[in-house]
Ligand binder design. Structure first.
Ligand SMILES: Nc1nc2c(ncn2[C@@H]2O[C@H](COP(=O)(O)OP(=O)(O)OP(=O)(O)O)[C@@H](O)[C@H]2O)c(=O)[nH]1
Length: 166
């Protein structure tokens, strides 16, 4: 659990670091089901890990809920001398999948806060849209307040006329 502030709102996020190895795949897939945001992480010093991203994306598409937010991460950006994956390759792949992209380093803290903040922002945005879609014009809250006020009151012209909120 971690609390971060996005647009002045304090958001408590639960973070799961799933195992990368093939033998843990069955367990890993269980985590996808309730995820709202996912980082797909490769290691910039490993071309193999970059190639593996396509497999992760197809797993996420298959097992994660629709509308899950994804960000591509090229980690170990501090390992410049061992770099096997160019920054442009990361950007290109992210573009293909319609994801944001960051190169990060857990060692130097590069873009760690930024990428978590961005993913949280995307999740919040996605859920705001959902909530707005459920809300009727002129606000459900007003309608509910009026129903409560009316409880116990006799039916009369002043009460029965309150059906229009425009
Ligand atoms: N130089 C450098 N090393 C890193 C960075 N992030 C992780 N490491 C090192 O990479 C190794 C693997 O890190 P983990 O956090 O275990 O990686 P993981 O992807 O969770 O591993 P699995 O769950 O086993 O797939 C460790 O030795 C870390 O110290 C980074 O940003 N830079």
């Amino acid at each position: 659990m971690k609390t971060i502030e996005v647009d002045g709102i304090k958001v408590r996020i639960q973070i799961w670091d799933t195992a990368g190895q093939e033998r843990y795949q069955t367990i890993t897939k269980q985590y996808y089901r309730r995820a709202q945001g996912i980082f797909l992480v490769y290691d910039i010093s490993s071309e193999h890990s970059y190639q593996h991203i396509m497999k992760w994306v197809s797993d996420v598409d298959e097992y994660a809920p629709e509308g899950v937010q994804k960000i591509l991460i090229g980690n170990k950006a501090d390992e410049e001398q061992k770099r096997q994956v160019g920054r442009e390759q990361g950007q290109q792949l992210a573009k293909e999948y319609g994801m944001d992209f960051y190169e990060t380093s857990a060692c130097t803290n590069l873009n760690i806060k930024e990428s978590f903040t961005r993913l949280t922002e995307l999740v919040l945005q996605a859920h705001r849209k959902e909530l707005e879609g459920l809300r009727t014009p002129a606000s459900n809250e007003l309608a509910l307040a009026e129903l409560e006020e009316d409880e116990g009151k006799p039916e009369g012209p002043e009460n029965s006329s309150k059906t229009c909120w425009c």
